[in-house]
Design a protein around this ligand. Structure first.
Ligand SMILES: [Zn+2]
Length: 433
């Protein structure tokens, strides 16, 4: 079954846009950002394919362009909280297509009522439409979504942040999680999306790949990796050993390095001599000097393993810390490879920022490594006991065996009845085989 595609839009730019006049710590933009990440995860859990309009909370994007970014999607949702001059006004409203395209009102009403129920608003949830003077959609995001042919597009106002109770309720993270689950449930029921088991890849654990697979896969993509002072095989083995010491999957870390360095071609901010295989400290567009330099390949790998452990676990390090940025990580915020990109992590944090798709890029490398076949080495011939070899020499010296080199190569092979009788016959008659 085809996946239903959803585009989610966090209503406003930046962390502090549209402050509540009655709950000063509340900002509409921050709530919408947090909610859209939770809704993304909740929808993905239910089998939807989800993309978001913006990769970071402060990434600017015009409203019309955000709606148009939903091109090819089945549904577009822009998330907000409302504002007005009267504190007592407290109801959710979901704006839908002015012409009720695709019968969107039914879904919009369910969403509005459910939001009202969860929030305990004073007035019931409702739907609305709004046209501009030209007769099109009033809201730019909805105008953009309509223009690119998105069938269902909605703008959800999670009641009014000019109401204290609503703004306080929306300030609680656990409440946003409830909203996300409930909204995802309604969308799943509406679109009949099939729930799918979510597969996630733990960063902590035993490596599944061998050093040989890791090295061979890399070399199949880049015949001349830019390493300083070590071979690819040594590097791969070091990833496995350092990983095992900290309980981190060394093959995951190696896959991350393949992605970060382009199969050790480097060529970005980090130079091969820095022994920094995952761009620790290197910011996109930042000056060269910001990327960490490690004194050896071993320490570089160890730092990367430790940095991954910082994200993946709350356990202490087994070895002394060599990762200069270890203490900057919110420990345990990304236990899965899939969550290493902040945009893909419901916690909103990660190794890569914004990093949408970062985890998947690493996993693609890991899948390549794990699928790498290793050529079997030729089996060494089984050892032949000395008494058998001595027997051949005796027979050759006595003239019973005339071609000892031939038989010497066959010492561990089967002999035919004919060969056996021939040799035994020679032994009796004294002629040569
Ligand atoms: Zn808004």
């Amino acid at each position: 079954m085809r996946k239903i595609k959803v585009c989610l839009d966090a209503g406003h730019i930046g962390p502090t846009y549209n402050q509540s006049p009655v709950v000063k710590s509340y900002y509409e933009s921050a709530m919408a950002w947090a909610l859209h990440l939770k809704l993304k995860a909740a929808l993905e859990k239910r089998g939807f394919e989800v993309n978001t309009t913006r990769a970071a909370i402060d990434a600017p994007m015009e409203v019309y362009a955000r709606g148009a970014a939903a091109k090819g999607c089945d549904v577009f949702l822009s998330l907000h909280s409302n504002a007005c001059g009267t504190e007592s006004v407290d109801y959710p409203v979901v704006y839908r297509a002015y012409d009720n395209k695709e019968g969107a009102d039914a879904l919009a009403l369910k969403l509005a009522q459910k939001i009202g129920q969860l929030m305990g608003t004073r007035q019931a949830g409702r739907t609305a439409t709004r046209k501009n003077s030209a007769g099109g959609e009033y809201y730019g995001v909805l105008r953009g979504a309509r223009a690119v042919g998105v069938p269902v597009y909605l703008l959800l106002e999670h009641s009014f942040h000019t109401n204290a109770a609503a703004a306080k309720w929306l300030s609680i993270d656990a409440n946003l999680a409830k909203l996300a689950e409930a909204e995802a449930d309604l969308l799943a029921a509406h679109f009949g999306a099939a729930p799918q088991p979510v597969t996630r890849t733990l960063i902590m654990g035993r490596a599944q790949a061998t050093a040989q697979q890791m090295a061979l896969y890399c070399r199949s993509k880049n015949a001349a990796p830019q390493l300083s002072g070590c071979t690819l095989e040594m590097l791969a083995q070091t990833f496995l050993e350092e990983g095992e010491a900290e309980g981190v999957r060394g093959d995951v870390a190696f896959a991350q390095s393949l992605h970060e360095t382009g199969y050790f071609k480097f060529g970005g901010i980090v130079q091969p001599q820095q022994n920094n295989f995952a761009g620790i400290g290197a910011l996109n567009g930042g000056p060269e000097g910001q990327a960490a330099t490690f004194p050896s390949m071993f320490i570089g790998v160890r730092a990367q393993i430790q940095h991954l452990k910082a994200y993946a676990s709350t356990e202490p390090l087994a070895k002394p810390c060599v990762d200069p940025r270890f203490s900057l990580v919110a420990r345990g915020c990304a236990p899965y490879v899939e969550w290493l990109g902040a945009a893909d992590n419901p916690e909103g944090k990660g190794w890569a920022v914004p990093g949408g798709g970062y985890g998947e890029s690493v996993l693609k490398m890991l899948r390549g490594v794990l699928a790498q076949s290793v050529p079997q080495e030729a089996q060494p011939a089984p050892a032949v006991p000395d008494w058998q070899r001595a027997g051949l020499e005796t027979l050759a010296a006595a003239g019973v065996i005339n071609s000892p080199d031939y038989w010497s190569d066959r010492l561990s092979q089967n002999i035919t009845a004919g060969e056996l009788f021939g040799i035994l016959g020679n032994l009796v008659t004294g002629t040569l085989a």
